[in-house]
Design a protein. Structure first.
Length: 368
């Protein structure tokens, strides 16, 4: 039995297989609204067979966008364009999920293909970001404003309201982005959080915001809908957030109603030295799964069907998330099924044409 194609049930939601589209910013929205690009980008991965489609980091407030072109869910107008995409994903048998995010000190940046790097200047539509402490990501980024306790309370409410809108838009999985050096991760790491109040200092204090956001979000979610949290298992930096802390917070999140930890790493500071290689983060997923006793997702340079199957078979994770390989090949799940000898139906529209063994002369007849 091929594990990659076994369903995964989280609460009342069953993913048809263990392959997820990892969240990927498209920097293609106006005013946070999803559009045809998002429909085609995500829709093609759904028709390609992915079981879970996680939408890109979607900002809970305008100043929480990574770039001015990121998706948002801070107002009700943003619901319907997402609902339209979700209807299509549903029609393909994929489960739509959304990653809710606030970029903190990494907000308001240029898109990767822009000529400039770092923060967009204020006169060109940028803004001063908010973060736990007034510490810039690097010299190309604006120095953030340290958040007041009132701003923290507003932020928690923003996550809850965005969750309600996500549910109204038909999402059946919610993921909180607490990784890659964005706001919730900035609170976790002692390198970016130097607060002296209840949200800084000890492990208990640095993790408080993530717990409070999780509680606020879980409180507005129906029992049957799963909640995921993406964590960076380590900052890869001396004195930074570390693996043991990831295990400890994962166990706490489980008790607060989180169903799966999506285990990534890094992103907090540009100086981190990351030993990137095939499956380089998978061992973190395995450790969280084993020590915190919670389901995990493995991500990072998973490209080969046999590699993905091995991760599941050796119980390192319950789900594999792929990003760049699914950009190269939106039909990766269908190709993986072929490679692993699992029978998986191509979309009816493609089924004969896409089969390599359909005799060419038959195709010619059909093409007439
Ligand atoms: C274009 C692009 C955009 C990304 N945007 C996000 C994002 O919105 N949220 C997130 O958590 N990770 C984001 N990532 C990271 C991916 O989800 C994934 O963790 C990373 O690319 C490693 O997986 P891979 O080796 O399969 O690409 C992005 C990656 C790419 C390539």
């Amino acid at each position: 039995m091929i594990q990659l194609f076994q369903p995964l049930t989280l609460r009342e939601v069953t993913l048809p297989n263990r392959i997820a589209v990892s969240p990927m910013c498209q920097y293609s929205a106006r005013d946070g609204l999803a559009n045809d690009w998002h429909l085609v980008h995500l829709g093609s991965r759904a028709s390609g067979g992915a079981g879970l489609i996680l939408f890109e980091a979607t900002a809970v407030s305008p100043e929480g966008r990574i770039s001015p072109q990121c998706l948002g869910l801070w107002n009700d107008q943003q619901i319907e364009p997402l609902r339209r995409i979700n209807r299509f994903l549903d029609s393909q048998g994929a489960v739509p999920g959304i990653q809710l995010a606030h970029a903190g000190r990494k907000a308001g940046c240029w898109r990767p293909w822009d000529a400039q790097r770092g923060s967009v200047p204020l006169e060109q539509g940028g803004w001063i970001p908010r973060a736990p402490s007034a510490l810039a990501f690097d010299e190309q980024h604006h120095t953030p404003e340290a958040m007041s306790s009132a701003q923290i309370a507003t932020l928690i409410g923003d996550f809850a309201r965005a969750t309600e809108r996500a549910l109204a838009a038909g999402f059946r999985v919610i993921e909180l982005h607490a990784a890659h050096g964005y706001l919730l991760h900035q609170f976790l790491s002692p390198l970016s959080n130097q607060r002296c109040d209840a949200y800084g200092g000890s492990f208990e204090n640095r993790t408080r915001l993530l717990r409070e956001v999780t509680q606020a979000v879980r409180a507005v979610m129906p029992e049957g809908i799963p909640l995921l949290v993406r964590l960076s298992a380590t900052d890869w930096l001396e004195g930074g957030w570390c693996e043991a802390e990831t295990v400890a917070i994962s166990a706490q999140l489980k008790d607060l109603g989180v169903d799966l930890i999506d285990v990534s790493s890094g992103g907090l500071a540009p100086s981190a030295q990351i030993p990137v290689g095939p499956g380089y983060q998978t061992r973190f997923a395995e450790r969280v799964r084993r020590e915190a006793g919670i389901a995990t997702g493995a991500v990072g340079l998973i490209t080969e069907p046999a590699q993905a199957e091995h991760i599941l078979r050796t119980e390192q994770a319950d789900l594999v998330l792929l990003a760049r390989e699914l950009l190269r090949d939106p039909n990766w799940p269908l190709h993986a099924a072929e490679a692993l000898g699992h029978c998986m139906a191509w979309p009816a529209q493609y089924v004969r044409a896409a089969r390599r063994d359909t005799p060419f002369r038959e195709l010619l007849v059909e093409l007439d």
